[in-house]
Write a protein that binds this ligand. Structure first.
Ligand SMILES: N[C@@H](CCC(=O)N[C@@H](CS)C(=O)NCC(=O)O)C(=O)O
Length: 217
């Protein structure tokens, strides 16, 4: 059955791979599943056809036969459950990998998104200069804890899993912040994720959309 995901017609990040379709593309590449992409404009995302797929009018969405999903965590989890490569077979190791998927999205990503918003959307506010260091320190607190847990390991719990895929995806947003480099093992962890052939294919595919090298699917 053909898998169809949605992505920005023109990503506001300029093709840096930070839009969340990249996570879904990466998951599909890791498990070697072909997919098609439906490109949507900001306007189309808020119209009934897209809202029927995504109640919040966002990307990405995921369609497969009669199934329509939204939320990258749910999509990556679905892909990981259906295909080998993102979750270990051992039941306990699998549960731990799923725990890391939730941790990436529920515990680490919110602080990082808050920082992105503080810089991009609130940078011109009179109180921004005072608030920014607090927001940055909240990110540092999380990274310190994550860094301590990762230690010198390559991945969070044994072999690469969907937990690493989401954690690396979440941390990628910090690349230009200077904060990631304060934690060399996390910077190396992110670089290991980016070096995976599946990530590279996903990144190149989203960039091709941005740079106009790929016709709309
Ligand atoms: N929690 C959602 C967030 C989805 C999300 O924020 N998507 C962004 C692109 S990365 C979007 O569509 N933004 C446009 C908008 O919200 O109007 C997920 O993980 O899928």
């Amino acid at each position: 059955m053909t898998i169809i995901i949605s992505a920005f017609e023109r990503s506001p990040d300029g093709g840096k791979g930070l839009a969340r379709d990249t996570r879904v593309r990466w998951a599909l590449e890791e498990v070697d599943q072909p997919y098609e992409v439906c490109l949507v404009s900001f306007r189309a995302m808020k119209e009934p056809a897209h809202l029927a797929l995504h109640p919040f009018g966002q990307i990405p969405t995921y369609e497969e036969g009669g199934l329509a999903l939204f939320e990258t965590g749910a999509i990556v989890f679905h892909v990981a459950q259906r295909h080998a490569g993102l979750l270990p077979d051992d039941a306990n190791a699998r549960a731990r990998a799923i725990t890391w998927m939730f941790a990436a999205l529920n515990t680490v990503e919110p602080a990082i998104l808050e920082l992105a918003n503080a810089r991009l959307l609130e940078g011109d506010k009179p109180w921004s200069k005072e608030r920014l260091p607090l927001v940055e320190d909240r990110v540092r607190d999380r990274l310190k804890q994550l860094s301590a847990r990762l230690g010198s390991a390559d991945w969070l719990d044994g072999a690469f899993s969907g937990g690493d895929l989401l954690m690396v995806s979440v941390l990628l947003r910090l690349k230009s912040s200077g904060i990631l480099e304060e934690f060399p093992n996390l910077a190396a962890y992110v670089a290991r994720g980016e070096a995976r052939p599946a990530y590279k294919r996903a990144f190149d595919a989203q960039l091709a959309v941005y740079s106009g090298k790929r016709p709309a699917g």
